[in-house]
Design a binder for this molecule. Structure first.
Ligand SMILES: Nc1ncnc2c1ncn2[C@@H]1O[C@H](COP(=O)(O)OP(=O)(O)OP(=O)(O)O)[C@@H](O)[C@H]1O
Length: 580
């Protein structure tokens, strides 16, 4: 909770204001039963039919007190909402900014779905708790303590009976709240799992349908859903034990109060109006205790959620930023890998002893079966991950010494599954880089062979749906290539980015890249030889190792594996390769 209180500090003035309002509002609520008892015991017995002015005046006073209370409580509740909303906004922003700085390795560790639910469900739990603490957390103790104090004024014997009940109630409330914390953490973990299944199914809806996996996925979802419900029920079961228990204790006390109260009225030690007021305070105290319990439960939830958020905020950045700009040095390799080793999970190498040099303007082709490590090489160049051994240099400087943002800005990257915004084509190519001008966009379209854009009704201003579901796979790839080349990168990386293009379009694009971006160094990851055969250097990767390297011509002569790949890629590709 300390974390939440620290975050509320910024709104201290508002919190103090609302506390004052809340205290006034609550005290007015406490005054009503006292005034009622006064009316019944003092005014009604001493007034006559012809003189009820005092009764009317007290009635008006009671009405004013109620209105006064309503106004202050309403104002306080509004201010509490404001503080809750803005406190959580700050927490969300801090969490989002932190997530932005996490390395890919840390995101893998925390998992994307867990980060999403920390950002949504956990922050919502904090929002609910901050609201409750300010409203009920202030009101309930005042009603509780105030109720007891006034009860002592009314009748100290009866008040003592009531007070005797309180330790039991407090004990159960605190115990329940302590029990709640792990239970709510467990719910969040299960919700993470549910979101993960949901997310996979929404993003992969077509594949799920195509593979007739709907029933299996429904079963999986149902299982996760059941787990969430079971965890929730377990938590509710523990939490709900308290309410009836407290009710029983309080009602027992009430019965004792009424019996002893009756004796005291018979002995003229107290009055009926006072007993009535006492019973009302008893109910107020009962409700205040219930509210406090609710606040404790919400605090348990919020504490569990805070811990999940703190866990992310406490992540130390494991990717140190360098401070060097990217300086081109022509005679030094643009990219150089020297004995690079890398593992995603420290359970085995995903890259082993990778070595190559690529000079400015040259093209590197990376070929290999799926899962061989092609994208991993790209991940290291982008510094999404760092190798655990060996060195990667750009223009002679270790990547770790370069400013991360300058490094990434110098690279144009197209991934296999890339992001298409639900915005216009123009915005998708420009991608908020205001220095990219309309003529750059047109050139990028030409290079990427994206002539389909001009055939669309709205041309550049055609709206894309989220993930580009309203264009074909090949059109999507050309749009993404246009985005990457529009920034005139020093290094262009196409990771399986033209797999959906027909051979002719793929070749036209490569020719266009050569013509318009001759100064740009290119890395082309591909499954088919035709996409990389003109490259200055080709790496054939298998199980994270380079098993052959050289130009197409040398590999054709010297590498058995390369010859095998050629053999397996007969058909359309062979025709294409013999034609050109
Ligand atoms: N984030 C990750 N965490 C753990 N292992 C990973 C991660 N990403 C990739 N791997 C593993 O690393 C190996 C190489 O993956 P990589 O994505 O580099 O293959 P690839 O050659 O690009 O495959 P494809 O052609 O299918 O994209 C695979 O065994 C893969 O399972």
């Amino acid at each position: 909770m300390q974390f939440i209180f620290n975050k509320m500090e910024k709104y201290k003035k508002k919190v103090i204001g609302l506390l004052i309002f809340k205290v006034i509002g609550t005290l007015t609520d406490l005054a009503i039963p006292y005034l009622t008892a006064y009316m019944i015991d003092q005014l009604i017995p001493t007034s006559s039919k012809d003189d009820i002015t005092k009764i009317i005046l007290l009635g008006i006073l009671m009405l004013l007190v109620v209105l006064f209370g309503w106004f202050f409580n309403m104002k306080a509740n509004r201010m509490a909402e404001y503080v809750a909303a803005y406190t959580v906004r700050d927490i969300r922003y801090e969490l989002f900014s932190k997530i932005e700085t996490l390395s890919a390795k840390q995101v893998d560790e925390l998992t994307q779905t867990s980060l999403i639910s920390r950002m949504t469900t956990d922050t919502y739990n904090i929002y609910s708790a901050v609201g409750s603490i300010q409203r009920l957390g202030v009101r309930a103790p005042i009603l509780f303590i105030g109720g007891i104090v006034v009860s002592f004024f009314l009748d100290w014997v009866l008040a003592l009976i009531m007070v005797a009940m309180i330790p039991f109630i407090m004990y159960f409330s605190l115990r329940t709240s302590k029990m709640g914390r792990p239970l709510y953490t467990d719910i969040q973990v299960k919700v993470d799992k549910l979101i993960r299944t949901l997310r996979e199914n929404i993003t992969g809806a077509r594949v799920v349908k195509a593979l007739s996996m709907v029933e299996h996925e429904n079963y999986k979802f149902d299982l996760n859903n059941k787990e969430v419900v079971e965890s929730e029920l377990k938590a509710t079961k523990s939490m709900s034990k308290i309410r009836p228990l407290v009710d029983v204790i309080m009602n027992l006390g009430l019965v004792v109060v009424l019996i002893i109260g009756a004796y005291r009225v018979f002995n003229s030690q107290t009055k009926v109006g006072e007993i009535l007021a006492f019973v009302t305070y008893f109910t107020i105290i009962l409700n205040a205790t219930m509210s406090l319990t609710r606040v404790f439960i919400q605090m348990s939830k919020a504490t569990a959620s805070s811990l999940r958020i703190i866990e992310v905020l406490d992540f130390k950045t494991d990717m140190k930023n360098g401070n060097m700009e990217v300086f081109e040095v022509n005679e030094t390799p643009h990219i150089e890998f020297s004995h690079v080793y890398f593992s995603y999970n420290q359970k085995g190498d995903h890259l082993e002893d990778i070595n190559f040099k690529l000079y400015k303007g040259q093209t590197l082709g990376i070929l290999g079966a799926t899962g061989s490590g092609k994208t991993t090489i790209i991940n290291l160049i982008m510094r999404f991950y760092d190798p655990y051994q060996g060195e990667i240099k750009m223009f002679g400087k270790n990547l770790k010494d370069l400013d991360l943002s300058a490094l990434r800005k110098s690279i144009g990257l197209v991934l296999q599954t890339d992001l298409i915004l639900s915005d216009t084509i123009y915005e998708n190519i420009q991608f908020s880089r205001k220095d990219i001008l309309p003529e750059d966009i047109e050139l990028a379209k030409t290079i990427a062979q994206a002539n389909f854009i001009d055939e669309m009704p709205e041309k550049n201003y055609e709206k894309m749906t989220q993930r580009g579901t309203n264009i074909s796979g090949g059109q999507k790839q050309r749009l993404l290539i246009a985005r990457a080349v529009a920034g005139k990168p020093k290094l262009l990386i196409l990771d399986d980015a033209s797999s959906a293009l027909d051979y002719q379009t793929d070749m036209n694009m490569r020719l266009s890249l050569k013509e318009h971006l001759s100064e740009t160094t290119k890395i082309i990851v591909a499954q088919r030889i035709s996409s990389i055969k003109e490259a200055d250097l080709i790496l054939v990767i298998e199980d994270g190792k380079i098993i052959a390297s050289g130009t197409h011509e040398t590999l054709e002569q010297t590498s058995e594996q390369y010859q095998n790949i050629i053999k397996h890629q007969l058909g359309g590709e062979l025709n294409e390769s013999t034609n050109h």
